[in-house]
Structure formats: structure tokens, C-alpha cells
Design a protein around this ligand. Structure first.
Ligand SMILES: Nc1ncnc2c1ncn2[C@@H]1O[C@H](COP(=O)(O)OP(=O)(O)OP(=O)(O)O)[C@@H](O)[C@H]1O
Ligand SMILES: [Mg+2]
Length: 240
């Protein structure tokens, strides 16, 4: 599980996360919503050690992410991350893209890595695109390729940072469907999103962030049906 205690993060003088306490249980799908600049992406970067923290503690499976002795590369094998911008290698085919980390990081043979990669591409609905280059894929397919790349490392956790917000509206659904499938399979997920219908339908809990504070967290029906904080109420009134 992921355990976050009293997390403080600043960029220079700007306090971006102001004391976050959050537990994410195994198999849980937590969505994070909130206005721009509220610290959602920063939280994800702190969880997988891409950003140092100023105070507090983040434990992933009991491992202190920000302890100097922690092997961050080993830790990151547990945590798959999918960003807004698709980030595959243009000169490699889909299957080569997915096989890259298993080969380099896990030291698998080309044949072993490509077997896993073909299965993951099949899983995200790209079974017929193994030999395609990223430029030959639609935006939605490229995002599903990014998801397959993360899954090929067999992570315990998946973090999504607005994985659909750069997509044309007609391509959003296929990526959300892939994420839904993952959630159904029991993957532990933290999903930063502006897709409120996804947050409502798929999450076990929804957290609302406002100016570096987690103002509210609860079941989707609580947050959407009966938001307690004024800021949550205002935010939801604007996105509905
Ligand atoms: N590398 C950085 N250096 C300085 N300030 C940063 C850096 N990254 C983020 N910030 C600041 O931290 C604050 C939180 O940013 P963050 O990207 O976490 O917000 P967010 O909730 O993800 O917003 P959005 O919905 O727009 O993606 C913002 O004020 C931002 O300007
Ligand atoms: Mg962000």
C-alpha cells in the first residue's frame, strides 16, 4: 500500500503541498481532482521519487521513498506512470517500445521481453499493431501503448496524470476503457483526471485538492452527491 504522512513540498518559496495525509490500499482506485496548480501532479512525482520532498514521509510497500538509502530504480519498477503527453520512442515499433524496459531493467532476453510485450499490447487492444511505429498510431492508441509500456514492468501501482487530456474527445473513451479494465483487474491506481464521469464510475474514493491541501476525500457518491467544502462545491459546479 501507499502511505503518505504530513507531506510538505515547496518549489523555492512556493508551498505546493501543505501537509498531505493519505493512504491508498491495495486494489484501490483513487482519483484526484482539483483546479490547476493545486499540486496533483507534484504529488504523483513525489510518490515515485521524481521530486524531493521537504517534510513528511511517503511509504510504498513499507519502503521510504525519500530515504537516501532507498534504491529508487528498484522502487520505480513497482510504480508505473502514464503522463498526459505520450512519450514512446519514435524509432522503435510498438512491441520494441514495450519490450525496452523489461530488457534493460529486468534483463530479460529479447524473446522473453517480446512475449510479455505482445501480451500487454493485446491487453490494451493493440494486438494488431505490434509492428507499427508510434507515428502510425492515433493519439488514443499512443496512450494505450504508453499504458502497455508501464504494465510490461508488472507494476504493483499505476499512477495516471491526466492521461486523456491531450486527446481529441473521440479518442478519450478508448483510453478510459483501458483504465477501467485495469481497475477491474484489481490494479492499485491513483488517477489524476478531469474526467468526472470516470471519477464517479470507476473510483473507490475521490480526493479533492485545493491549493496544496487535500480538502476532501470520500466515496464518489459522497464527494459528488454531498460535497462538504465550499471549494469542492464550487469546483464541481463548474465542471458539471
Ligand atoms: N518544477 C517546478 N518548479 C517550480 N514550480 C513548480 C514546478 N512544478 C510545479 N510547480 C508549481 O507547483 C504548483 C503545483 O503544480 P502542479 O503541476 O502539481 O499542479 P496540478 O494540480 O497538477 O495542476 P494542473 O491541473 O494544471 O496539471 C503550481 O503552482 C506550479 O506552478
Ligand atoms: Mg498536473
Amino acid at each position: 500500500m501507499i502511505k503518505i504522512r504530513n507531506l510538505h513540498k515547496a518549489f523555492g518559496d512556493v508551498q505546493v503541498l501543505k501537509g498531505i495525509d493519505l493512504d491508498v490500499a491495495d486494489g484501490e482506485v483513487l482519483t484526484i481532482v482539483g483546479s490547476s496548480g493545486s499540486g496533483k501532479s507534484t504529488l504523483l512525482y513525489c510518490i515515485n521519487g521524481l521530486e524531493p520532498i521537504n517534510n513528511g514521509e511517503i511509504l510504498v510497500d513499507g519502503i521510504d521513498v525519500h530515504d537516501k538509502k532507498t534504491n529508487l530504480n528498484a522502487l520505480r519498477e513497482k510504480i508505473g506512470m502514464v503522463f498526459q503527453q505520450w512519450n514512446s520512442f519514435p524509432h522503435l515499433t510498438a512491441i520494441e517500445n514495450v519490450a525496452l524496459s523489461p530488457r534493460i531493467v529486468k534483463g530479460l532476453s529479447k524473446a522473453e521481453a517480446e512475449k510479455i510485450s505482445a501480451a500487454q499490447l493485446e491487453h490494451v487492444g493493440l494486438g494488431d499493431k505490434l509492428g507499427s511505429y508510434p507515428a502510425e498510431l492515433s493519439g488514443g492508441q499512443q496512450q494505450r501503448l504508453a499504458i502497455a509500456r508501464a504494465l510490461a514492468m508488472e507494476p504493483s501501482y499505476m499512477l495516471f496524470d491526466e492521461a486523456t487530456s491531450a486527446l481529441d474527445p473521440e479518442l478519450v473513451g478508448e483510453v478510459l476503457d483501458t483504465m477501467r479494465l485495469l481497475a477491474k483487474d484489481g490494479m492499485t491506481m491513483i488517477v489524476v483526471t478531469h474526467e468526472m464521469s470516470f471519477a464517479k464510475e470507476v473510483s473507490d474514493r475521490v480526493a479533492y485538492f485545493h491549493q496544496g491541501i487535500m480538502e476532501e476525500i470520500g466515496k464518489p457518491e459522497e464527494i459528488f452527491g454531498n460535497p462538504q467544502s465550499v471549494h469542492t462545491q464550487k469546483f464541481l459546479a463548474n465542471v458539471r
